[in-house]
Design a protein around this ligand. Structure first.
Ligand SMILES: [Zn+2]
Ligand SMILES: [Zn+2]
Length: 426
């Protein structure tokens, strides 16, 4: 019998880590870290045959260097490049592991491609499918002694400016492990078009008044999408051309996006082939132009971190002393972060030693890289019908709610396991 052990990412978003045990082999699907407190999953690495990483987000790969795995690590080529940047950030900020561990992990990674079959143990063959979530993100399909598992990882079922939608042209499935970030029927998000429109309207309103716009972003994924949107609207003159300053590790991650263009939305690739950089003219912040950013002219500042918790964005918060300026939050803001304080209308914040009175505007436009509720249901209708489903990677309410919806709509038994539970996989 094949069993599955859930080490994390159950009834929570963070620290995804799923162990598969067959008679002959033992592998891990993802090895994430908790973004809020940097905790790592509790696993036994003895007799481990392989670690498969779905994508380069902290909650899926952050803990890899911590364990110094002897077993091979499998990830798509772009994921490897993005993970390197991410791990360096973690090592610098949290000191969870030293640089040597990162080097060892890098030496131990085997690059994989979408739709390629790779035999990883005596009885397990894997095949990654495009998950549409961030550059290089994969849903992992495993053939285990003839039985089939699909682990979705994080999925986005709709096309975005930078990526193709999640691939649903998948072979037969016995068991599905699906994410549930937006698993409840109330989790319905506006279309990409209307989000883009809202973003451009908000930016234009501030720029036209001569103000500055600060956009805190996550380094991987959302930042590239936002830059591509701004560039596109500026090109068609629907957004006034003002300088776009970028700072933080997104400078490196955008470079990785450009250097793996064949993994991106073909429209982006076409634009590159025609000599047009889809990320347009961005100015990288340095000592000289740093002063201009505080000058009189309107501009857009894009910087990490997305939840305004650390990262260079902190030093720009003083711009919010002026009612002319605006900050646009583009994603979920966790409890206890400065982003959440701003979202909840704080009158002053203290990013460093001194208090900053908040007079500028605070706006939130959520550009999620996850399927919303309707899109998760569509995804399940498109893929072959599994016999059993496990629901994870969502808050408790979302996981339980999606499990119930699945039973009601598809008549497939669905479980939302808790962390450290052990269950039969097939
Ligand atoms: Zn993710
Ligand atoms: Zn995730």
């Amino acid at each position: 019998m094949t069993i599955v052990k859930f080490h994390g990412g159950c009834h929570q978003i963070g620290m995804s880590c799923v162990e598969i045990n067959t008679k002959n082999s033992k592998i891990l699907l993802d090895c994430g870290m908790n973004p809020s407190d940097n905790t790592v999953p509790q696993i036994n690495t003895n007799n481990l045959d392989g670690v498969v990483i779905s994508h380069a987000h902290l909650d899926h790969c952050g803990a890899v260097p911590y364990f110094n795995f002897k077993a091979p690590i499998y990830a798509t080529t772009p994921s490897i490049d993005l993970m390197y940047i991410l791990w360096r950030d973690i090592a610098k900020l949290s000191k969870t592991y030293p640089e040597e561990n990162i080097q060892k992990a890098m030496e131990n990674i085997k690059p994989v491609n979408y739709n390629e079959n790779i035999k990883i143990t005596k009885d397990i063959t894997m095949k990654p499918y495009d998950a549409g979530h961030i550059l290089g993100s994969a849903s992992i399909y495993l053939d285990i002694n003839g039985k089939k598992l699909l682990y979705t990882g994080d999925i986005n079922e709709i096309e975005t400016r930078t990526l193709k939608p999640a691939d649903t042209n998948i072979d037969e499935i016995d068991t599905l492990i699906i994410e549930a970030t937006y698993g409840a029927p109330t989790d319905i998000k506006p279309s990409r078009k209307s989000l883009e429109r809202q973003l451009i309207d908000e930016i234009s309103a501030t720029i036209n008044k001569g103000g500055k716009v600060i956009i805190p972003v996550f380094s991987v994924g959302r930042s590239q999408e936002i830059i591509a949107i701004l560039h596109n609207y500026m090109k068609s003159n629907s957004l006034k051309k003002v300088p776009i300053y970028v700072e933080g590790s997104l400078i490196h991650t955008t470079g990785v996006y450009l250097s793996h263009s064949s993994w991106l939305n073909p429209k982006l690739r076409n634009s590159l082939e025609n000599g047009v950089n889809p990320f347009g003219d961005i100015t990288i912040v340095n000592k000289e132009n740093n002063r201009e950013m505080y000058g009189r002219e309107p501009c857009i500042i894009i910087s990490t971190s997305g939840m305004v918790q650390g990262g260079p964005v902190l030093q720009y918060l003083k711009l919010l002393k002026s009612p002319k300026n605006k900050i646009i939050l583009t994603g979920f803001q966790a409890e206890g972060t400065l982003g959440r304080e701003l979202e909840e209308g704080a009158e002053e914040i203290t990013p460093f030693r001194n208090k900053i009175p908040i007079k500028g505007e605070i706006v939130k436009i959520e550009f999620t890289a996850h399927s919303d509720y309707n899109s998760l249901i569509r995804y399940m209708k498109k893929i072959p019908k599994p016999k059993k489903i496990f629901v994870m990677h969502g808050e408790r309410y979302q996981c339980l709610s999606l499990a119930m919806t699945i039973w009601k709509n598809f008549k497939i038994p669905a479980i939302a396991p808790t962390s450290s539970s052990i269950l039969p996989l097939f």
